[in-house]
Structures are given as C-alpha cells and as structure tokens.
Design a protein around this ligand. Structure first.
Ligand SMILES: Cc1cc2nc3c(=O)[nH]c(=O)nc-3n(C[C@H](O)[C@H](O)[C@H](O)COP(=O)(O)OP(=O)(O)OC[C@H]3O[C@@H](n4cnc5c(N)ncnc54)[C@H](O)[C@@H]3O)c2cc1C
Length: 503
C-alpha cells in the first residue's frame, strides 16, 4: 500500500481538525450502543478509519515519514482522542511514550526504517513490558533476564498487565543482565522485540478481564526471545537512567491524555446542570453545584498549564532522567484530577450519571488505573517529599516556605502560600505524612505552572479561580499534615467485633 504523504506536510490545524471530525462521528455511533461500549476491542472498520489519519505519525521522526515528534502535536493529538475516549487516548499514549519515543532516541538505526514503515503503512502498534506478577511498583527487582549468546541476546521471563497485550507487534522488553555466576545485575536494559520475527516469541498465557478500558487488551506474557544485538537499546549512560528518562517523559505526557476528557466532562456537567430543572430552576440554583463546576474548570486550567509546561520542556532529545519531581507531580496530580472529575460528573448527573452510555460512570473505571500504573500515586507523592526533605535536612533549612521560595519550580508561586507553608518538615516523618507533604509541594509547583500559563495570556478569570482553589487545597492538606493521629491497623480485628452478638 502506498502511504499518502499528505499527512506529513499538512498544516497541523488541518490534520487535527480532520481527525477530530472522524472521531466525533465514530464515537457518537459507538456510544449510542451500550453493547458496543463494553466490547473488548474496536471493530476493524472503526480502527482502520481512525488509523487512516496516521495519528501515530506525530511521534515518528520526519526522516522516517513522520511529522517529527513535536511534543505540542503529540499532546494535541492525545487531547483530541481523550475528548472522545480515555481508552483511545491511552492506546496512543502507550505507542508514543512507551515505544516510539524511546525507539527514536535509543534504538539502532537499522531497525528504525522497517519498523516506522510498518507503523505508517500497516497501522502496527507498540508497547512497553516492565511489570511482572511479583514485581510491579518494585519494578527494579524484576526477574526477566538476558544473556549474550554469540551475537544474539536470549531474553526470558514473564510480564503482565501490558497495554496492547496480543495486539501490538512491537515491544520494548525490560530485563536485567545475568552475571557469569548466574545472578542478576542491578542495571535495566531495554530490548526491541518484533513478535513477527522467528525466535522472538511473546506468548499470551492469559487475557485479563480488565474492568474498564475495554478496548485495550491486557494479560500475562511469556517472553522467550532470541534477538540480534542491534535490538538492544543503547543508553547514553546507564540503563536505569534511560528507563527513568523514558518513564518521566511518559508521565509528562499524561496531561495530553487527561485534557480532552477533563474538557468534555466539564462541558457535559455544565450543560446538564443548566438544563436539569429541580423545583422549576436549574441545578445551578445550588451553591454546591456551582462549587463543583468551578472545581471542574480548575482541573482543566491545571491540566492546560501542565500541557504548556510539558510542551516546552519534554522534547524527546531532552534528558529527563533527573526530572523526577516534575514528572511525579504532573502524573500523580493530573490522574487524581481525572478520577475526581469522573466522580463529580457522575454525581452531578444524578441517576442518569450511572448509565453506561454516560461519560462519568465509564470514566470512573477508565481513569482509575491511571492512578496505579507508571507508579502508584502514593509512591510518587512520597518520593517528592522524601527528595525535598532530604535536601532540606542536608542544607539545615527545614522551614518549608524558606526552602520552596528558593526552589526554581516554585519561584513565582511560593509567596502565595507564605502563611500556610511556614512550618518545619524533616525527612524522619512517617510515610503517610510524606504522601501529604508531597501533595502540598505538588500543589505549589502546579500553582507555578498556572501562573506561567497566566503570564502568557490565558483567560484571567480561570487563572485566578484556579489559584484560589489551589490555596484552599493547600490549607486543607496542611491541616491534615499537622494532625497528630497515627492510626495503625488493629491486630485480629474480628475478635469481639460482632455487633450482632452484642444485641
Ligand atoms: C490498566 C493497567 C495498565 C497497565 N499498563 C502497563 C503497561 O503497559 N506496561 C507494564 O509494564 N505495566 C503496566 N501495568 C502494570 C502497573 O504498572 C502495575 O500494576 C503497577 O506498577 C503496580 O504494581 P502492582 O500491580 O504489582 O502493585 P503492587 O506493587 O503490589 O502495589 C499495590 C499497591 O500498594 C501500594 N504501594 C505499593 N508501593 C508503594 C509505596 N512505595 N508506597 C506507598 N504505597 C505503595 C499502592 O497503593 C499500590 O497500588 C498496568 C496496570 C494496569 C492496572
């Protein structure tokens, strides 16, 4: 099949607006049919109409027929997809951040041309295999191993929960090298695997019944691969740094996957609340409803500020290995906003919100795993706090306001929170407090992003509402942080704990 090269040279606005029109038509039809909504794939006709626009071309370098990997275009494409479907945007997000971008940056050039050709001409897809049944959040302890056999590598292990299991042809598989004694080394390597090639076997042992994200297959994969040495991705320094660079870039693209959904949910909530009459008046007669709509708008503003920040900083040639604070702040905060937004939309739509053809109820389950994959949010927030308090203790500067006001990520915003942040924090606090402190620091960093967006001319009213919302969030979090209760689980909780026996 000849590729229509038009997509490569089309002005982006034209490219994206044609794509949006197709998506809008296809999803209008799909969402009108409850049975189709819970089908575990998109029909081949639907997928081929989507892929005919060459959406993955935005994450392919220009010299290989793509539009050149501009973060702004990648985020806008994710936004267009997420306006219609969280599953569709995740399919693109997986391909962009977990396969195409690391391949472009670290892959061997002999592999690139044939792979990109199959993406563009045949609509093939790729993903990343890190998690294993016994090692998920503790991914660095993974047991998948590789060893050299002549000029090939033998890679063996078991992975699970990979997005696009059984559907993608291309994978990056993470593994640890076997030492001469048979132990596993500490560093992580990434191998490009093409399941269409002889000896590159990834067998799906089981498909999972994921509750939500229905069109994306997940499951358990057995890896038994012999791959030529050019399939090894070449890090600039260590493999762990390459993996962190990849994961941080991916986390910084989450706002693209959130943006369309947050906008759509806000539009639907506003429309519903305007039109739904209770005692002859719209739902907007209630103060709490107005508060909820304003919070949905704030979520959109925060997400837009994150997109702006990512577009400027996370290009694939940048080294993001040390961007942990920003990547964790962005990923954990925006995914919490997705879940809160889904809950609020469902609530505002009352009983109607609970129908499968309504966005809110579906989005509760579709957005939920975003808080778990690529690092559970509690872990990411506590890492932020642990990093900050470690440096604060080392610098003997444990007053949070003093420290944040000198930090480059909070330079503009810290002064807004002067009163709230005027307390001491050191690294010995329990982990639950690290999680809360991480959330506080994230809010201050986000306020800085929002102010930067405001400086560029983004709608004034939305910016000032958003800052007011962040101030209120920080106040609540600080009072949680200062609470002294340290509740621990009771041992043997069922003993003497039957209300029935007491009546
Ligand atoms: C829908 C979905 C898509 C996924 N996509 C992919 C993919 O494409 N590729 C891939 O390789 N993997 C993928 N995963 C796997 C995902 O990355 C892991 O599930 C995740 O890292 C958590 O690992 P686990 O399931 O083993 O949970 P565990 O490691 O057992 O953790 C369970 C829970 O314990 C808590 N916890 C764990 N560690 C900490 C900590 N340090 N501090 C505080 N609390 C903690 C958290 O609440 C966490 O959710 C996906 C998972 C899902 C559900």
């Amino acid at each position: 099949m000849e590729i229509d090269m038009q997509y490569q040279v089309k002005p982006f606005q034209e490219f994206i607006s044609e794509f949006k029109t197709t998506l809008s038509e296809l999803f209008k039809e799909r969402n009108a049919n409850p049975e189709e909504i819970i089908t575990r794939s998109y029909s081949p006709e639907m997928l081929s109409k989507i892929m005919a626009h060459k959406p993955l071309s935005v994450a392919i370098p220009q010299e290989y027929g793509g539009r050149g990997l501009h973060v702004k275009e990648c985020l806008a494409l994710l936004e267009a997809a997420s306006y219609e479907s969280i599953s569709l945007t995740l399919i693109f997000g997986i391909n962009f951040a977990l396969y195409l971008e690391p391949l472009a940056k670290y892959g061997h050039h002999v592999n690139k041309e044939p792979i990109y050709k199959r993406f563009l001409e045949e609509g093939k897809m790729g993903g990343l295999m890190i998690s294993e049944p016994l090692y998920g959040s503790d991914a660095l302890s993974m047991q998948t191993s590789h060893e050299k056999e002549g000029s090939n590598y033998k890679i063996q292990g078991t992975k699970h929960w990979q997005g696009l299991t059984g559907m993608a042809d291309f994978w990056l598989v993470a593994s640890r090298g076997k030492t001469s004694k048979g132990d596993l080394g500490r560093d992580i390597s990434l191998f490009h695997v093409d399941v269409q090639q002889k000896d590159q076997n990834i067998t799906v042992e089981e498909y999972y019944n994921n509750y939500g994200l229905y069109p994306i297959p997940y499951g358990k994969n057995k890896i038994d691969v012999r791959a030529p040495e050019e399939n090894l991705l070449v890090p600039e320094t260590t493999g762990i740094k390459m993996l962190m660079d990849t994961l941080h870039r991916s986390r910084m693209q989450f706002p693209g996957m959130a943006m369309g959904f947050l906008k759509r949910a806000t539009e639907e909530a506003s429309k519903y609340c305007n039109e739904r009459l209770v005692r002859g008046n719209s739902l907007l007669q209630f103060d709490k409803v107005n508060h909820q709509i304003a919070e949905l708008q704030n979520a959109c503003t925060i997400c837009a500020a994150m997109c702006y920040r990512s577009a400027l900083t996370s290009g694939y040639k940048e080294d993001l290995a040390l961007f942990g604070v920003e990547a964790n702040t962005i990923k954990a905060s925006v995914t919490d906003l997705m879940q809160q937004t889904a809950q609020t939309l469902t609530q505002l739509q009352g009983g109607n919100g609970y129908k499968i053809e309504n966005l809110g109820a579906r989005a509760i389950m579709d957005s939920r795993p975003f808080q778990i994959f690529e690092g559970p949010n509690e872990m990411l927030f506590s890492q932020i706090s642990e990093g900050f308090t470690k440096t604060m203790t080392r610098q003997k500067n444990t007053n949070l306001f003093d420290y944040l006001s000198e930090h480059e990520l909070c330079a503009q915003s810290a002064s807004l929170f002067k009163e709230e942040l005027n307390f001491h924090a050191d690294r010995t606090i329990p982990q639950r407090k690290h999680v809360v402190l991480g959330r506080i620091i994230a809010k201050v960093i986000i306020a800085n992003y929002v102010m930067e967006l405001g400086n560029q001319g983004y709608a004034n009213g939305l910016i000032s509402n958003c800052i007011a919302g962040l101030k209120s969030d920080v106040k609540t979090l600080v009072s949680t942080f200062n609470a002294s209760e340290q509740i621990m689980p009771v041992e043997h909780p069922s003993k003497d704990a039957s209300w029935f026996d007491l009546v």
